[in-house]
Ligand binder design. Structure first.
Ligand SMILES: [Zn+2]
Length: 132
């Protein structure tokens, strides 16, 4: 039981996932702060001094904080976009591990017997002709 659990934990992708979750959590805070502290006040300013996080409507005595909801949606869109960009960049890096340099031909054709021989040969091993 414990051994199985340890194997599960030690599998690389679980660790990767844990790191991803932790980084994602920290990253989410950064994006949240970016949206709440920088973007939304600017958006509010552009819309004539509206503070989104304080936008709420009262329906039958219940506060509907739709301003907070819009902030959360914008948070999500920014995070989704950034993740998209990161994954795209990662895929590009994976796809292009520098195309292998065109392999130098290792053989040449003997001009006398037309057999394939080493590119370095000075004498054909098949017909023994001397090559320049
Ligand atoms: Zn030859």
């Amino acid at each position: 039981m414990f051994k199985e659990f340890k194997e599960f934990i030690m599998r690389g992708n679980v660790l990767d996932m844990a790191i991803g979750v932790i980084i994602g959590g920290a990253f989410g805070k950064i994006v949240g702060s970016l949206v709440n502290d920088i973007l939304m006040p600017l958006v509010g300013l552009a819309l004539g001094g509206v503070n989104f996080s304080e936008q709420a409507s009262t329906v039958n005595g219940v506060d509907i904080h739709w301003g907070l909801f819009i902030q959360t949606v914008i948070d999500f869109l920014i995070i989704a976009f950034v993740i998209f960009v990161i994954i795209k960049a990662a895929n590009n890096m994976k796809k292009a591990p520098a195309p292998a340099p065109a392999a130098e031909p290792a053989t040449k054709e003997c001009p006398h017997c037309f057999s394939a021989i080493s590119i370095k040969a000075t004498r054909c091993p098949n017909c023994t002709s001397e090559l320049k």
